[in-house]
Write a protein that binds this ligand. Structure first.
Ligand SMILES: [Zn+2]
Length: 454
């Protein structure tokens, strides 16, 4: 075993990284073992060691780049241990979508007992879906610290052009070899920092949703990642330049963030309005003839946008009366045309919109609750949003984009993003709060031309 590899069961790892009081959370997690450290790749040799027959049929899933980065080595390590290894190598720069999944399904004729997914976000998600379909166990070998989904039981899959999150098989074992991750393009590591930094606003959106719909966040889950995020923020510059200690702190926080989603049973702790901005930007890229940027890069900008909308809404104050005084409350904005999306994506968004409009309580009851309990709401939100203080500076220090112009989104498209992205998912976020209060159009205009578009 490599000397400085933190090879341990999940409970011990949680105790070391998040504190003794969090150890018990491991009982509710599927992940059995986690190995973070230099040379951690070698830990792949112990796959299935606790099972009755230690020799397994393993389907190795990778793309050509991640196969070169670590997949070939993982295959060799597994074969040396006596496992039978099949390969499912995708095309270069694959997407986690229904087409790619269909192209990989024939590989399951190999009847794997384990899937070894070697890659970053896309391959990790494809691995989860394949493990689910095959009834296999899942070893995930991360090749980049680019996002927080390695330890979540949710896969982000594009179906018919709509970005969806689907429950799927979470990793049973996770390996993050710091040498491999430090060799990944630095832009990927910086994007991981950007994804992680959505926590102050995604947590606020989760609390906001609970205010109306009662799905109250468990404090232990809401706070699970806070200290790790703080530690990663202290290393923002180290992370930007690929320093190993900084990358290790980032990996730890990303793993905890994934755990928070597993424990909550949804992506709510780590994905609010800022993620909808990123997802809708991805879905619109082709129609707008603009490139997509990395998930964490787009999320970083979306996070600052959400923070700004929260700040302005608090400033604007409680609604008066039943909402009739809201200057521009427009229910018709609930059915935007989404012209730039594909036909199937438009249809899928339309279905989500219908479900969202049917949420109970509806807009007028929500406005009434806001008028009556405004202070109570903000005393809850402010504590969470306080964690976003100085975030723009830290994102800059980590080399993340902090304005829409840096992700090639000019003001008119920023406005469309802010106005329309909320209809792609039935989750209630700050964008819906702005809509309920009748401020969304003004704020979309303001934010599109404000500091975040510099
Ligand atoms: Zn994310």
């Amino acid at each position: 075993m490599p000397d400085d590899c933190h090879a341990t069961n999940t409970a011990s790892w949680l105790e070391r990284v998040a504190g003794k009081t969090q150890r018990h959370l491991a009982d509710r997690l599927a992940l059995e073992a986690i190995h973070i450290g230099r040379g951690a790749l070698e830990m792949a040799a112990f796959l299935g060691a606790s099972e009755s027959s230690a020799r397994r049929r393993v389907l190795l899933v990778a793309d050509p780049d991640t196969f070169d980065a670590a997949g070939r080595d993982v295959g060799t390590i597994l074969q040396r241990r006596g496992h039978t290894v099949g390969e499912a190598i995708t095309q270069a720069a694959p997407h986690a979508d229904d087409e790619t999944i269909d192209s990989l399904l024939p590989k399951l004729d190999f009847h794997p007992e384990w899937i070894a997914a070697v890659g970053s976000g896309t391959i990790s998600d494809l691995g989860k879906v394949l493990a689910e379909r095959a009834g296999a166990r899942l070893l995930t070998v991360a090749t980049a610290a680019s996002m927080n989904g390695y330890t979540s039981p949710i896969a982000a899959i594009t179906v018919g052009g709509l970005k969806t999150t689907q429950p799927s098989h979470p990793a049973d074992v996770l390996i993050m070899d710091l040498d491999v991750i430090a060799s990944a393009p630095k832009r990927l590591t910086r994007a991981g920092f950007g994804d992680l930094m959505s926590k102050p606003v995604s947590g606020a959106d989760w609390l906001l949703s609970s205010f109306f719909f009662g799905d109250e966040p468990e404090p232990a889950v809401l706070g699970l990642v806070d200290d790790a995020v703080e530690r990663a923020r202290h290393h923002a510059e180290d992370i930007a330049c690929g320093d190993l200690a900084g990358i290790e702190r980032l990996c730890e926080a990303l793993v905890l963030s994934g755990f928070s989603m597993a424990l909550a049973g949804s992506s709510s702790p780590a994905s609010g309005g800022e993620h909808l901005i990123s997802h809708y930007r991805d879905m619109s890229a082709k129609g707008w003839k603009r490139p997509s940027f990395l998930h964490g890069e787009q999320v970083a900008v979306g996070t600052l946008c959400s923070l700004e909308i929260y700040r302005r809404l608090e400033e604007l104050g409680a609604p008066q009366g039943d909402g009739s005084s809201c200057r521009r409350h427009r229910e018709d904005s609930a059915t935007p045309a989404h012209h730039q999306l594909t036909k199937s994506a438009r249809e899928a968004v339309r279905l989500e919109t219908g479900a969202k409009l049917a949420l109970v309580p509806g807009p007028s009851a929500r406005r009434e609750a806001l008028a009556q309990r405004w202070k109570e709401l903000w005393s809850m939100l402010d504590k969470q949003l306080e964690r976003g203080r100085g975030l723009r500076t830290d994102l800059r220090r980590a080399g993340c984009p902090t304005s829409f112009s840096e992700i090639d989104t000019p003001p008119p498209l920023v406005k469309e993003l802010i106005l329309h992205c909320r209809w792609m998912r039935r989750r209630y976020t700050v964008l819906d709060l702005a809509g309920d209060l009748g401020h969304l159009e003004d704020l979309a205009e303001e934010v599109s031309r404000g500091p975040y578009s510099e």
